[in-house]
Structures are given as structure tokens and as C-alpha cells.
Write a protein that binds this ligand. Structure first.
Ligand code: SF4
Length: 364
């Protein structure tokens, strides 16, 4: 009888970085708004279909597509005329110990070279291509699946951070990559893995039931180790030491997730028919918007002037730039965008919103 392969590996490449810090880590099964967006953007990069995306999403998808186009041009430049490209390709890794789906790989078979590209659409940092266990798993899978490939250049694209991380691996790295991946998995397969609360808990499906995390993060008086230790000075306005403020920020990140999780599960409980003392269910109407501006104009043009109607409209600058650039001849899009920006600036019709300042976790 044919064995049915599950859709996701037990130890998928994307979970390896969390499992390395805590072998008890389990990825969440439900799709979050971030993972749903990531899935749609990966599909848009793969198929080039931008329907239904916001201006910002279209921009980052185009950045990714332009990046792989430039890699393909480089391969053509070496005299290779038969591009071999893998998109969303399922790969078996470490002799079948796990498997996963890589985003994009390009092969220059004549020279025995390959490029591996991984798209990350979040705003958080990720480990560099040189250390990233997910990337190393795909690199190992490529070497195993393609015996003629002697070197793999790995690229992690983070368009929302305007970052690219690159590292080149050679076939002689296979041994150490296999050792790292198989060791992470072997620790997870222990009967009682030694769990270790870290920031990975934010993304773990066991967050609600993990005793180690609860005794680590939920005792207000004591029990915190260094990483999530509550500051002695509790009131934020009285914290004057930067190191104490850093610890307070670490705790606030975990608590924010916990609060969201409480609200989500409380609503599910109420929707499931259980009363929650002191709380009642209410609903809020969704935001109204005009889906078809032309139809709206036809409906009001007997009563309003075009100037009055236009005063009610918002124009998306990025959408206008994109549409204007689409009308430009091939190769002239960037120049057309630039000319439009200059013309609008000369007219004084572009306003820039106030810059916002925030703290982001430093990349390790
Ligand atoms: S909640 Fe944290 S400590 Fe517990 S298993 Fe998950 S990652 Fe490990």
C-alpha cells in the first residue's frame, strides 16, 4: 500500500531554530494573520499575480521578483542558456530525516553552482544565512538532491527590513550541516526532552500548557531567570537604568502575546456557548468604504460638482506611481516614477506624514 506523506514534516526546517533552543517546541497549527499573509505573498512571488494585494504588498513582491530576475540574468551572463529553476520545491533533507518546501532555487549546472533564495515577509529579524538552520537544511537538501552542485549561495530576502543576508556553502560543509540538523531532531525525539523557556515560547503551541514556561514567566514575585526577569522597579516611569528597561521590554513582549491569547480563547469559549462572568458579547460594524469610485461618481454627479467629489477622495501615491510607471515604455518605469515624483513635488501636492519612532529588538 502506498504510504501517504503528511503535508508538513514533524521537524520542519522553519521550526528548527526554535527546536534548537527548546526541544519541546511545537509550531502552532492554526494560521495567524501573519502566516496567512506570508502564504499569499509567497504565492504572488511564485506566480506573479498581484490581484488583491495592497500597494505595500505589491511593492515587496516586486522587489523579490526583481531580485530573482537579476540572479537569472547573472547566470545567463556566464554563458548558461538552460536555466533550471525550482519554485516551491519539496526537498527531502538529511537522508529523509525531515523535509520542507524551499521558495526558490536556481542552478547553473554547467559550473556546478546554485542560488537558494528564501523570502521572509515579516518585520522581525531572522538568523543570518551563515547560521540559519532552516537555510542550512535546504542547502543540505539541495546538495543531496543535486550531486553535480558543488556550491550553493544562500540569500535571505527581508524586504520589509530592507535587508539581504547571504552566505556561500560548499559541498564540503555537508557533514557539519547534517550533524547540526540531525542533533536538533535527535534532542526533540528524546522521551522527555529538556525544555527551556526563551522567546521561542511566543510562537509555541504549548504556551498554554507548558509548566516550565508558566513557572518561568507567570510568577510575579519570583521564579524568573535572567532572560525574563521582572525588574525590581515595577513602574515604567521610575525605571532609569537602561539594562532594567531592556528586561522590562522583554517581559512586556511575552505578556502582550499572553494577553492576546487570553482574549482570543475567551471569545472562543463564549462563542462556544459558555457564559463568562462579568463579560457580555457585543459586535462592532465593519468599516464602510467605496469599492467602485466611478459608480459612486455616476450616482452623485447630478448633485455634486467634480471638484466636490474629488475633495472626498484619497489618492494612493504608491498606486498612482505604479499605474503611471506601467504606462511607460519597457525599461523606463523607474525613470517614469522619478519624473512623476518630481512633477508632484514641484506642484507641492505631496505631503509626508510625521515620522514615527519605535524600539525594535536588536538583531543578535
Ligand atoms: S512553551 Fe516554551 S519552554 Fe515550553 S515547550 Fe514551548 S518553547 Fe519549550
Amino acid at each position: 500500500m502506498k504510504e501517504i506523506q503528511p503535508a508538513h514534516a514533524k521537524h520542519s526546517p522553519s521550526a528548527l531554530k526554535y527546536k534548537e533552543t527548546c526541544p519541546g517546541f511545537e509550531p502552532r497549527k492554526e494560521e495567524s494573520v501573519f502566516s496567512e499573509e506570508g502564504r499569499r505573498l509567497h504565492e504572488a512571488v511564485e506566480k506573479g499575480n498581484l490581484d488583491g494585494l495592497t500597494d505595500e504588498q505589491k511593492q515587496i513582491v516586486n522587489m523579490c521578483r526583481e531580485y530573482v530576475d537579476s540572479l537569472e540574468s547573472e547566470v545567463y551572463g556566464t554563458g548558461e542558456h538552460h536555466l533550471v529553476v525550482w519554485r516551491e520545491e519539496k526537498l527531502f533533507i538529511a537522508s529523509g530525516l525531515t523535509f520542507g518546501t524551499l521558495d526558490y532555487a536556481l542552478f547553473n549546472n554547467r559550473l556546478g553552482l546554485a542560488d537558494l533564495v528564501d523570502f521572509k515577509f515579516g518585520r522581525n529579524s531572522v538568523p543570518d544565512a551563515e547560521d540559519n538552520p532552516q537555510i542550512q537544511a535546504y542547502v543540505l537538501g539541495i546538495f543531496e538532491a543535486s550531486p553535480g552542485t558543488m556550491s550553493v549561495a544562500a540569500h535571505i530576502l527581508l524586504p520589509r527590513r530592507d535587508e539581504v543576508s547571504r552566505h556561500s556553502y560548499s559541498r564540503s560543509d555537508m557533514g557539519r550541516l547534517r550533524l547540526r540538523i540531525s542533533t536538533i531532531i535527535a534532542r526533540c525525539e528524546e522521551a522527555s526532552p529538556q525544555v527551556c523557556p526563551t522567546e521561542s515560547c511566543l510562537y509555541c503551541a504549548r504556551q498554554g500548557v507548558c509548566g516550565a514556561l508558566h513557572s518561568h514567566a507567570l510568577q510575579i514575585a519570583n521564579g524568573y531567570d535572567e532572560e525574563l526577569k521582572l525588574p525590581e522597579e515595577f513602574h515604567p516611569s521610575r525605571i532609569i537604568d537602561p539594562a532594567t528597561m531592556s528586561r522590562a521590554l522583554n517581559v512586556s513582549r511575552v505578556m502582550e502575546k499572553w494577553c492576546d491569547s487570553v482574549k482570543h480563547h475567551a471569545l472562543q469559549m463564549r462563542l462556544g456557548g459558555q457564559e463568562i462572568p462579568g463579560y457580555e458579547m457585543r459586535s462592532r460594524a465593519g468599516t464602510r468604504r467605496i469599492a467602485d469610485p466611478m459608480a459612486a461618481w455616476l450616482a452623485v454627479r447630478e448633485k455634486l460638482s467634480s471638484e466636490q467629489f474629488i475633495a472626498c477622495c484619497d489618492v494612493s501615491l504608491s498606486k498612482l506611481e505604479e499605474t503611471f510607471a506601467q504606462a511607460a515604455p519597457r525599461g523606463g518605469k523607474a525613470k517614469a516614477k522619478q519624473e512623476l515624483c518630481e512633477a508632484l513635488a514641484d506642484l507641492g501636492v505631496v505631503e509626508t506624514g510625521k515620522e514615527s519612532i519605535y524600539l525594535a529588538k536588536t538583531k543578535k
